[in-house]
Design a protein around this ligand. Structure first.
Ligand code: OSB
Ligand code: MG
Length: 371
């Protein structure tokens, strides 16, 4: 795989509805799309940064800088790649900036699968032809809006509801949902909104039989989470705190997490996701695929990685229509009535990027050619 041309696009797509978490409200999705062109193929990758450094320190601006000034020159200097793992190895001396790196690795995985005439899922070693999905529901000012959302998505077949919580919108919200909807598969995601001072409050959540509570404490913590897990029956699932295989290993060893949310961009790519998956499988820790409100392209990579066997819990990879009036792939990612997504078996990511729509949502473009 030898890149002749790399295209970077700043993208802006408007969400169907605002998405509120404990760290803010998103109405538009700013991200970067990467195309790696070889002589006869194009590989696609999505860089899941956002406009602001609230979920992660990376933004569209920082990732663009990393790509332009470091990652692309390194790719052209190296020239030929035999396997996407070579991309990881090449970028290893650069610290963090995982979302920026991951976008190129994703594009090379797409190329690798296409040139091998295999689906990305198969190329990654996936074993499922359908994946189970849940949905992540943002905080609503009016609780009736949350009830309506839960009702609607249960009806569409989603296999579990993830409810965003924050101080003042936690125990009573979850209680209300249990009273209204009974013992549906449900979990909560705090996005780091609490501290160990809130142990008593978080313990109150134990009575609601949640599948897990995601990232209750600080984004960079794995110590306090271990203390908290000792106090809770509800399993803790880390999201923000896990950036690598090493983070996962240490968090598991400390007892900070009983489940891991794998986000491809956050951990620096599909290869690292696989390594974390394998470690968790060996340690008896179930994993699921998190989401970053991706366009169809990042979503396609998420569908593919979820076919690995230890992705045993429903992920956040909802269908295209949950996010977009117009997705940039064809066909869209569709959720079947039983809350599954049928994994495409055509070569590469298995969904066709639609050039006119990609163009429509592009706000800036940079084309770099070899030599
Ligand atoms: O914490 O999982 C999170 C979206 C943006 C940033 C962080 C998170 C999320 C979600 C949405 O929960 C998942 C999705 O539907 O893509
Ligand atoms: Mg989360």
């Amino acid at each position: 795989m030898k890149a002749e041309k790399i295209v970077l696009r700043k993208m802006r797509m408007t969400l169907n509805a605002p998405f509120q978490t404990s760290f803010g409200t998103q109405t538009v999705r700013d991200f970067i799309l990467v195309e790696v062109h070889t002589k006869d193929l194009i590989g696609y990758g999505e860089c899941v940064v956002s406009g602001q450094p609230f979920y992660s320190e990376e933004t569209v601006g920082t990732a663009w800088h990393m790509m332009e000034d470091f990652l692309i020159p390194m790719i052209f200097e190296k020239g030929e790649f035999n396997h996407p793992d070579d991309v990881n190895e090449l970028f290893a001396p650069i610290r963090r900036n995982n979302m920026a790196k991951s976008a190129f690795e994703a594009a090379y995985w797409d190329l690798y699968a296409k040139q091998s005439n295999m689906s990305l899922a198969k190329a990654l070693g996936g074993t499922k032809d359908k994946i189970e999905v849940g949905i992540s529901l943002g905080i609503e000012a009016d609780i009736e809006d949350l009830y309506r959302n839960v009702e609607q998505y249960l009806e569409q077949g989603y296999r579990r509801m993830k409810i965003k919580i924050a101080p003042g919108k936690d125990v009573q919200v979850i209680r209300g949902l249990r009273e209204r909807f009974g013992n549906i598969p449900m979990m909560a995601d705090a996005n780091s909104a609490y501290t160990l001072d809130d142990v008593a409050l978080l313990k109150q959540l134990d009575e609601f039989n949640l599948m897990m509570i995601e990232q209750p404490l600080a984004h960079d913590d794995i110590i306090d989470h271990a203390s908290l897990q000792k106090e809770l029956n509800t399993p803790i699932c880390l999201d923000e705190s896990i950036h690598s295989y090493e983070d996962a290993r240490k968090a598991i060893e400390l007892g900070s997490t009983r489940i891991i949310n794998i986000k491809v961009g956050r951990v620096g790519g599909l290869s690292e996701s696989k390594r974390i998956h394998d470690l968790c499988q060996e340690k008896g820790i179930p994993v699921w695929c998190g989401g970053m409100l991706e366009s169809g392209i990042g979503r396609a990579h998420n569908v593919a990685i979820t076919t690995l066997p230890n992705f045993t819990l429903p992920g956040d990879t909802a269908g295209s229509s949950r996010y977009w009036k117009e997705d940039i792939i064809a066909p869209w990612v569709e959720v079947n009535a039983d809350g599954t997504i049928t994994v495409p078996d055509t070569p590469g990511i298995g969904y066709k990027p639609v050039p006119e729509l990609i163009e429509k949502y592009t706000t800036a473009i940079k084309v770099v050619t070899r030599g």
